[in-house]
Design a protein around this ligand. Structure first.
Ligand SMILES: Cc1cc2nc3c(=O)[nH]c(=O)nc-3n(C[C@H](O)[C@H](O)[C@H](O)COP(=O)(O)OP(=O)(O)OC[C@H]3O[C@@H](n4cnc5c(N)ncnc54)[C@H](O)[C@@H]3O)c2cc1C
Length: 280
């Protein structure tokens, strides 16, 4: 029989996760779907919603700390998030629907490790780190390095994400996020691109690009970024960066789109962002 265990402390959480067949349940918006389709069959579901360390949004210095089990709706409503990580708020606004955002969490979105996990894009761009807890203690894991493949992360058995840390970042970022899906609302990305760019005297001072649903994991588009650093964003640079981004991804054909279409969308979205940034 499936057991539901609600814990109040991290010690109890660690203890409950140690048991054979135990699975952490946050909002359940991914896990319950997988259980219903028979993909996973846990013996117990461990709910961390009452553990204070996994809840809430705090600022320390310029950094933002978001508890992994904080509902997405709460993050979206946070003034601190809007001010310090506006791209995260923009992305959460188009993640799922009200019901999904009321239940779903950042911890669940990341640990589920879908190549289409929307929150991964702003977190990769802000160079966020995850506070990961296990029997051996706490470790800090950069989001860029957390994903290993579809459904696979560096989390070891019994480990969980306690919080997401977003470092203070520049205020002059021009931000971009666009996901292409099969419909306008409540859509899982066929391809998505996010970007941050800042300029100094007409040249790119810094640019960061990331893409989702176009590789086994959400990823930074480093070749395109490197190509752009210190350059003026003229038409040639914009098109070249789009082409490099399309080369950097490794999409697949699936029920939602072909690999070729995903590559084209990646190239076009990168070029669209850069053209917009150049004109801003
Ligand atoms: C109708 C619908 C629409 C959706 N739309 C989108 C969308 O637009 N974009 C998108 O990215 N996703 C979407 N999703 C997927 C899902 O809602 C999100 O991924 C959500 O953020 C998952 O969070 P959760 O708290 O519900 O995770 P859960 O289902 O509770 O958990 C998911 C997995 O993560 C593990 N886990 C949960 N929390 C932690 C933690 N703190 N530490 C370690 N492991 C943990 C669980 O054990 C489980 O394996 C959608 C889902 C549905 C059903």
């Amino acid at each position: 029989m499936l057991r539901y265990v609600r814990v109040d402390t991290e010690a109890d959480l660690l203890d409950a996760l140690r048991k054979d067949g135990a699975r952490l349940l946050s909002g359940g918006t991914d896990l319950i779907v997988k259980m219903r389709s028979g993909l996973v069959q846990p013996k117990s579901l461990v709910d961390p919603a009452a553990v204070p360390e996994l809840r809430g949004i705090e600022t320390a210095g310029g950094d933002l700390r978001i508890g992994a089990a904080t509902p997405l709706a709460e993050i979206l409503a946070s003034r601190e998030v809007g001010e310090r990580a506006p791209l995260l708020a923009d992305v959460l606004r188009v993640l799922g629907c009200v019901q999904i955002r009321n239940r779903g969490t950042l911890g669940g979105n990341l640990a589920n490790a879908s190549p289409a996990a929307d929150s991964a894009i702003p977190l990769l761009l802000y160079e966020a780190t995850l506070e990961v807890v296990g029997e051996g203690g706490t470790r800090s894991v950069p989001v860029d390095g957390f994903f290993l493949g579809p459904g696979r992360t560096v989390l070891e058995r019994g480990e969980y994400i306690r919080a997401v840390h977003i470092p203070a970042s520049r205020q002059d970022w021009i931000t971009f996020f666009h996901k292409v899906g099969r419909r306008r609302a409540l859509t899982i990305a066929i391809a998505s691109v996010g970007g941050l760019a800042a300029f100094s005297r007409g040249s790119v001072a810094e640019v960061r690009l990331a893409a989702g649903s176009v590789a086994p994991i959400p990823l930074r588009l480093r070749s395109a970024e490197e190509r752009l650093a210190g350059r003026a964003l003229d038409e040639e640079a914009v098109q070249r960066a789009g082409a490099l981004a399309a080369e950097e991804v490794s999409p697949i054909d699936d029920v939602r789109a072909t690999a070729r279409y995903r590559r084209e969308v990646t190239r076009d979205l990168v070029a669209r962002f850069l053209a917009q940034a150049a004109g801003a």
